[in-house]
Design a protein around this ligand. Sequence first.
Ligand SMILES: [Zn+2]
Length: 162
Amino acid sequence: MPEYTVTVEKDYLVFAAGHFITYGGRCESLHGHNYRARVELTGELDENHYVFDFGALKKIMRRLVDELDHRMLLPLENPKIVLEDVDGGIRVTHGGRVYVFPRDDVVLLPVPNTTAEMLARHLALRLKDELARAGARNLSALTVEVEENFGQAAHYREALRP
Ligand SMILES: [Zn+2]
């Protein structure tokens, strides 16, 4: 069966978020990006001659992106970044720096570092769950791209069938 690919790239799939990453022995200082997400679904056509309904895909992606918008993104799996629940928020310690963020302003992500690559993977795995819940069985792969600066993006591809 031939396969087709659909893509969605919209102005509202932008999220403004704060983060810092660790690399080598060092840790960036706190800063933010206007990230932009883009998604690609590949698969056989369904009975409606769709790979996946654009309207439904846009709605799912917008919801996933909104979860990250106007938030501080923190990695749960980084041994150099210590996160603690304290009164009124989350205390973050790394190297000599200590921050306390209001709990509602933070998203704790199951990733080792909040790089564009890891954010793309996070969104892709969230999308994979949503597509399964929506009953999509014709898809063979999905790709999520996260751009953190103009012309500077990471892609994560998840195969949906062996
Ligand atoms: Zn950055």
